[in-house]
Write a protein that binds this ligand. Structure first.
Ligand SMILES: Nc1ncnc2c1ncn2[C@@H]1O[C@H](COP(=O)(O)OP(=O)(O)OP(=O)(O)O)[C@@H](O)[C@H]1O
Ligand SMILES: O=P(O)(O)OC[C@@]1(O)O[C@H](CO)[C@@H](O)[C@@H]1O
Length: 310
């Protein structure tokens, strides 16, 4: 079984505008809302690919129905602990003229100790050897920034495989549980290592990846948006994966989809090259659609992805 954990889900409200000026009244052309949060996105991709996945996490009582209705509609198994208040709304402002995306994410309602305790109890009870557990995203107020370390330790005790996708101190602490995989982009690597966010040479990147491994990461999938990705394995192999060709529509969730595609390959015991092809195909399929990539699109793009051992 694959579990995705989303402690801070979101309703993603995308606003498409031809441009706007700060401190003025502006008008936008179109908007749409989708359920989101990193772990939920990854679970939807895995569900689209017909993998055995359960989406787990915390939802605000007040607007839970929006998520539950969508889960039921797409047939996604789920187990969410309910918490007082609302699940946050995250605004994604697409400037069509400048082809840029600006994100304004909510911090989330405060989560009670009892809620997080219930979630940890569920994981303790359910996780079996060889299960894959993917924990992703930021933390709402009230949750200690050591939580991903705690979850990782539960997964390790149960002999499962732990995948972590988060940032800053949540990642620094989570790395102590020695996750099987992390998938940072360059901005996240800079935040974790506390260095300046700028362009780095490949040699410098390799040194930074080694630092992440020294901090606990076993395998690192370094994603670079439309420049593809590098996979640095625990056996010191390096693979470069190219991207699918297509028209960018909305890249929100590409990284989460990439983790979904990669995990799909792992769950089927595919080769590392094939898993990386699924990773890039899923990331691309999502970038080329308003929502998350469909099975048909991912399978179609899969065949076009080049993976090269360096
Ligand atoms: N414009 C694009 N065209 C083709 N593939 C893309 C594009 N953008 C992203 N991808 C695919 O998705 C993968 C992950 O994207 P990216 O590196 O942007 O993740 P991320 O930084 O976590 O993004 P996000 O936070 O938007 O989810 C890329 O390595 C690539 O394979
Ligand atoms: O605030 P976080 O938890 O880091 O990120 C949340 C989020 O930006 O991540 C997903 C895209 O990756 C979106 O669905 C969601 O709005």
């Amino acid at each position: 079984m694959i579990y995705t954990i989303t402690l801070n889900p979101a309703l993603d409200h995308t606003i498409e505008t031809n441009g706007f000026n700060l401190n003025e009244t502006n008008y936008y052309q179109r908007d749409y809302k989708k359920i989101g949060g990193k772990g939920i996105n990854t679970a939807i991709i895995l569900n689209n690919l017909n993998a055995n996945v359960i989406s787990v996490g915390i939802l605000g009582e007040e607007n839970k129905h929006i998520f539950i209705e969508e889960f039921n509609k797409i047939g996604l198994s789920n187990h969410f602990i309910l918490n007082k208040g609302v699940t946050r709304t995250n605004f994604k402002i697409k400037n069509l003229a400048k082809k840029s995306e600006t994100e304004l994410n909510g911090v989330g309602s405060e989560v009670s100790k009892h809620t997080i305790h219930q979630l940890l109890e569920f994981l303790e009870k359910k996780i079996q050897p060889a299960d894959i557990v993917i924990a992703s995203g930021s933390l709402p107020i009230g949750i200690n920034n050591n939580i991903y370390n705690e979850i990782g330790n539960i997964v390790n005790d149960k002999k499962g495989m732990f995948i972590l996708d988060t940032s800053k101190e949540n990642m620094v602490n989570g790395l102590k549980a020695k996750p099987f995989l992390i998938k940072p982009n360059i901005e996240e690597i800079c935040e974790i290592l506390n260095v300046k966010f700028k362009e780095y040479s490949f040699d410098e990147i390799q040194k930074m990846i080694q630092q992440l491994k020294d901090m606990g990461a076993r395998n690192v999938l370094f994603s670079m948006g439309s420049k593809g990705s590098y996979y640095f394995s625990e056996n010191n192999e390096i693979f470069h994966t190219g991207i699918a060709a297509g028209k960018l529509v909305n890249s929100v969730g590409s990284g989460d989809s990439m983790i979904g595609g990669f995990t799909y390959g792992l769950s089927l015991n595919l080769t590392i090259e094939e898993s990386l092809q699924y990773a890039s195909a899923a990331g691309g399929a999502t970038a080329f659609s308003e929502g998350l990539g469909s099975k048909d699109e991912i399978e179609k793009l899969f065949k076009t992805i080049q993976v090269k051992r360096i």
